[in-house]
Design a protein around this ligand. Structure first.
Ligand code: HEC
Length: 130
């Protein structure tokens, strides 16, 4: 063991903590940029980007494209709408589509779709408040 370690120059051994700081310093910006699968979905941003055009920003079923659709998207604020559907049905509708709503299963991860289902529920709860 010591035979293997001894050839390491003393100067290098003395500077290894410095190298550690360098590696951490170079590594940390990447953690922010390449977060990969651990990244938390942002349902509000997704909803604004992909869904609000039909469903409206607050899920009222009044997005700019809604008037041209048959059937029109329901208002997420309606308690009957929320009560009549399970989270599983929402997940399937968003993933596989429900005409005239397109399928989002190819462009969204399951985690993103689930976060959107929770967001649709939250929009329903918010709408009930005065
Ligand atoms: C092109 C317009 C359009 C877009 C874009 C759209 N939807 Fe829809 N969505 C509809 C319409 C229309 C319905 C009603 C379909 C029906 O009842 O047959 C609907 C229904 C739904 C339902 C209810 C499904 C059910 O079980 O009845 C949910 C939840 C939903 N959309 C969520 C979303 C989310 C989340 C997005 C964005 C990722 C999205 N929609 C994007 C038009 C759209």
């Amino acid at each position: 063991m010591s035979r293997l370690c001894s050839p390491v120059p003393r100067r290098l051994r003395q500077t290894w903590p410095l190298l550690g700081v360098l590696v951490l310093g170079l590594g940390s910006p990447q953690r922010g940029t390449f977060r990969g699968p651990a990244q938390q979905p942002d349902p509000k941003a997704l909803f604004t980007k992909l869904c609000a055009v039909c469903h409206g920003q607050t899920g009222g079923g009044d997005g700019p494209a809604a008037a041209a659709l048959t059937p029109r998207p329901a208002s997420f604020a309606r308690p009957e709408f929320q009560a009549a559907r399970t989270d599983e049905q929402f997940t399937t509708a968003i993933s596989a589509g429900k005409a005239p709503m397109p399928a989002f299963g190819k462009q969204l991860t399951l985690a993103e779709i689930r976060s959107l289902v929770a967001y649709v529920r939250a929009l329903g709860r918010q709408a009930k408040k005065p």
